[in-house]
Write a new protein. Structure first.
Length: 208
């Protein structure tokens, strides 16, 4: 199966209908990741086929959790996961990619330009120093433990904002340390096509 088929097969299993231009952009993103990876160390994966399952399809499991959102911040975005695949699928969603590593934000800026993503801004710096923006959803993939993630990003949520934290195995211990003023709305087991590993989504919101 070539990369194009791998992507189409994965999208079908996720129940996502994307236009041909969107699919081509996702594949272009993967080739940019591969091209820049040797210099910028964006991902441990070297194989494009694995990037499709581990990065693109994995990122797209976020989509059902941001259906009604208008603004999103991807904290510790690294190579742009899950923010860039999400931005390609949801051109109406305003997305901020935040990372403190300037090498990574250099790549992100370049990727945004080359992919023509007018709905994405890249911010370089530490998350606790970001004070000029509030969003509907704060997300991250393997950025920090839940308690730290909450503490570092709480100021970024707008009035009805919530967190969508992407995790690997079920985070039993981390959930025990979620602060008392935060409600865990749901923890869903995710089924990522072509990926033989556990994935979970933790949705949380501040208690009113």
């Amino acid at each position: 199966m070539d990369n194009k088929q791998k992507l189409q097969d994965g999208l079908q299993k996720l129940g996502l209908e994307l236009s041909t231009p969107q699919q081509l952009l996702l594949l272009e993103y993967v080739s940019l990741l591969k091209k820049w990876n040797s210099t910028y160390n964006l991902t441990a994966l070297r194989d494009e086929a694995m990037m499709i399952s581990h990065h693109v399809l994995d990122s797209l499991t976020l989509l059902p959790y941001v259906k009604d959102a208008k603004t999103l911040m991807d904290v510790g975005s690294g190579g742009g996961m899950p923010g860039i695949p999400t931005a390609i699928c949801r051109p109406d969603l305003q997305i901020t990619l935040l990372d403190s590593n300037t090498k990574k934000t250099t790549f992100l800026q370049q990727a945004v330009i080359e992919l023509g993503l007018s709905n994405v801004t890249v911010a370089s710096g530490r998350v606790e120093a970001m004070h000029d923006k509030k969003v509907d959803v704060v997300t991250s993939r393997a950025f920090a433990e839940l308690a730290d993630f909450i503490a570092l990003t709480k100021h970024l949520l707008n009035e009805n904002g919530y967190w969508a934290a992407m995790k690997g195995v079920y985070p039993y211990e981390e959930l025990e340390h979620v602060p008392a003023d935060v409600e865990v709305v749901r923890v869903d087991k995710l089924d990522v096509p072509q990926l033989d590993a556990e994935r979970h989504m933790v949705v949380m919101k501040p208690k009113k």
